[in-house]
Design a protein around this ligand. Structure first.
Ligand code: SAM
Length: 277
């Protein structure tokens, strides 16, 4: 369960501040800070913006509100599957490259309602999948049950997710544009480090192009989307073997207004140090 005290304590420690120093900066007693951190009391509403500023974070982060999660929770509320049930074509590309002749391990990041995770589990992969939307995960659980497959479904945020093991395939579709630019390199390095030698990362990202105008209807999550630079994803994987490296411009009709998007897709393989092809 979310506890504001843990967030305050974590952010304060990361900044190397003592409780007394944080209290001084806010002109309050250190006992008040101690009470917050022990969840014996909460900062009042006027204090939140000052506290967020001193801790270098946002009020949303302090109070545990994630706008992207809330947005997707509401999209996933209906009985229908928002993204449909047709697996992403990348799943078929994965099957060609690493057919499930044994239960290879797959990590699906930002799995939404689980259509791809469940499909891959049905094909014989051992799938772990995570998302920040509990509503999406609930539907993914139902889909797995309906298809009589096991998928390890976890609620987690990629920003602080630390894989507990390495995977043969790390897959993410339609999610990485929620990562703020300064986080991307480190997160890609983390994914690379948690991929077995010979394994694959299969990723796509929306990219900016000066000649593609922002969708006139601007989808609801547009303000929290951070399109990547064209080719940026490929650069982070410069030391891996590329199997697919493509940039596509495609039509979209979200909100009933025709517009275009540009997407970079990468399927890259980790080659062992010193290995020669
Ligand atoms: C466009 S949907 C794609 C869902 C799924 N991959 C699919 O193609 O059906 C993006 C998903 O990423 C999730 N998401 C956004 N930011 C995330 C984060 N930081 N960590 C984990 N999941 C996230 C959203 O909740 C949403 O379900």
């Amino acid at each position: 369960m979310y506890k504001i005290g843990e967030v305050i304590s974590k952010k304060r420690t990361a900044l190397g501040l003592t409780q007394a120093q944080l209290a001084d900066a806010l002109h309050i007693s250190f006992q008040a800070v101690s009470k917050w951190e022990n969840n014996a009391a909460s900062p009042n509403i006027e204090m939140l913006p000052r506290l967020a500023a001193v801790l270098g974070t946002s009020v949303d982060a302090l109070v545990g509100y994630n706008g992207v999660a809330a947005d997707y929770d509401s999209r996933y509320l209906s009985e229908d599957y928002y993204w449909g049930l047709q697996p992403n074509r990348l799943c078929f590309e994965i099957m060609k490259l690493l057919p499930p002749v044994r239960p290879f391990r797959v990590l699906d990041i930002g799995c939404g309602e689980g259509k791809d995770a469940v499909f891959m589990a049905k094909c014989g992969y051992l799938v772990t999948a995570f998302d920040i939307s509990e509503t999406g995960l609930e539907k993914a659980r139902r889909l797995a049950e309906h298809n009589r497959v096991d998928v390890n479904l976890i609620k987690a945020d990629l920003v602080d997710f630390c894989p507990d093991r390495s995977y043969d395939i790390i897959f993410s579709s339609g999610m990485l544009h929620f990562l703020d630019a300064p986080l991307r390199k480190e997160i890609c390095e983390n994914l690379k480090a948690h991929t077995v030698t010979g394994g694959y990362n299969v990723l796509n990202v929306f990219v900016k192009k000066p000649f593609i105008v922002r969708a006139p209807d601007s989808t609801r999550d547009e303000s929290r989307r951070f399109p990547w630079l064209s080719g940026e994803l490929f650069g982070y994987y410069h030391d891996w073997l590329f199997h697919t490296c493509r940039e596509e411009i495609f039509d979209c009709n979200s909100g009933g207004v025709p517009h275009k998007h540009c997407m970079d897709t990468l399927i890259a393989q980790k080659i062992g140090e010193g290995e020669r092809l």
